[in-house]
Design a protein around this ligand. Structure first.
Ligand SMILES: Cc1cc2nc3c(=O)[nH]c(=O)nc-3n(C[C@H](O)[C@H](O)[C@H](O)COP(=O)(O)O)c2cc1C
Length: 334
């Protein structure tokens, strides 16, 4: 099936069906914040400004990569990126494979006309890396004026996708190759099933600059692919993966660079819990897409403003002036 038809299926299914994990959660409900009823700071002291891979963000948020390569993506990407520009936060593009295969669809990814200043991440799947030279990847990033490349790791998705690329042999070497040679910083992201301690330990030996955990508890890509294929799968497979809170804690143990907490982040308080576990930023995908569908760029901005306001309040209530100061002010109770 052509990449574009598949992308359209993904978009339609994500928007029309319940594609969240069924029973498994992010485990954020197991993270207890150390409430300080004497925070000894002023709410107005809370400063969310964060630097990520050389760019300043006004709040520590990146909208995770979703669409590109199909006509529908043009408005979605521009609406979301415009809201990100207004808020001074980061924005991720969907997989650029479609434009690497056919340069004519590059315009469905281009957002610099509405988002000239923010951090923008390009995106490519880990199993595709071997198909492209460094020059081709550089060109794809240049065409959208991206600041960095996010490589997505999606073994669970590919395993359930009928036409999935299931040969993951040599992927770590490919990540190391691209991260060491590309002129832009490279980071890795899962797509909703999490990154473990063991994988983070291997990734830490490469030149990647950040890890975006995209853990379990939010959107399940196993679910999207099973629904698309009309496959009956077990609840256990639907819910496969490492809960986001656990994935953050595991990655933090071995990875010294920035960690993006993502996969099922649904409130500013989830974000504060992620900071407590050692994350530096958060990522959100599906709820932002839904806000865009309901009310365009303004809807996205309103949705994210609420997250930011609650993040500010949450930090105040644990007496932390910055996301960094939140680290350790609470813990994961198992
Ligand atoms: C419609 C849709 C398309 C997506 N496409 C991509 C993609 O092309 N590349 C990628 O790295 N992740 C992709 N993702 C995964 C998200 O970036 C994110 O990892 C996942 O949805 C979990 O976050 P959430 O629980 O906040 O939705 C997509 C997600 C959605 C909902």
């Amino acid at each position: 099936m052509a990449i574009r038809d598949r992308k359209l299926d993904h978009l339609r299914i994500a928007l029309s069906k319940d594609v969240q994990f069924k029973e498994k959660t992010t485990w954020f409900e197991k993270v207890l914040l150390e409430y300080r009823c004497l925070p000894e700071i002023d709410l107005s002291d809370v400063n969310l400004e964060t630097e990520f891979l050389g760019k300043k963000l006004r709040a520590p948020i990146i909208v995770s990569g979703m669409v590109g390569g199909i006509e529908e993506a043009k408005k979605i990407n521009k609406d979301i990126a415009k809201a990100c520009e207004a808020l001074g936060i980061g924005f991720g593009l969907g997989s650029q494979r479609a434009m690497l295969e056919d340069a004519k669809v590059s315009d469905t990814y281009y957002v610099r006309d509405v988002a000239p200043s923010i951090f923008v991440a390009g995106n490519i799947g880990v199993t595709q890396l071997k198909d492209y030279s460094i020059e081709q990847i550089e060109e794809a990033l240049q065409a959208v004026q991206a600041d960095a490349l996010a490589i997505h790791l999606n073994a669970a998705q590919e395993a359930v996708q009928p036409e999935g690329t299931t040969n993951f042999k040599g992927c770590l070497k490919e990540i190391a190759r691209v991260a060491s040679k590309l002129s832009k910083p490279v980071y890795v992201k899962e797509v909703g099933h999490g990154i473990s301690y063991a994988v983070a330990k291997e990734l830490a030996k490469t030149d990647i600059k950040a890890i975006d955990v995209q853990g379990a508890g939010g959107t399940s890509w196993v679910a999207i692919e099973a629904l698309r294929a009309g496959k009956s799968i077990s609840k256990e497979l639907w819910d496969f993966g490492i809960p986001t809170a656990s994935s953050i804690a595991e990655c933090r143990k071995v990875f010294k660079g920035p960690i993006i907490a993502s996969g099922g982040i649904r409130s500013g308080i989830d974000a504060v819990k992620a900071f407590v576990l050692g994350a530096d930023l958060i990522g959100i995908a599906l709820p932002v897409l839904k806000a865009q569908q309901e009310a365009g760029s303004k809807g996205v901005q309103k949705y994210l403003e609420k997250i930011i306001e609650e993040m500010r309040i949450g930090l105040f209530l644990i007496g932390a002036k910055t996301p960094k100061e939140a680290s350790g002010r609470g813990r994961l109770y198992l």
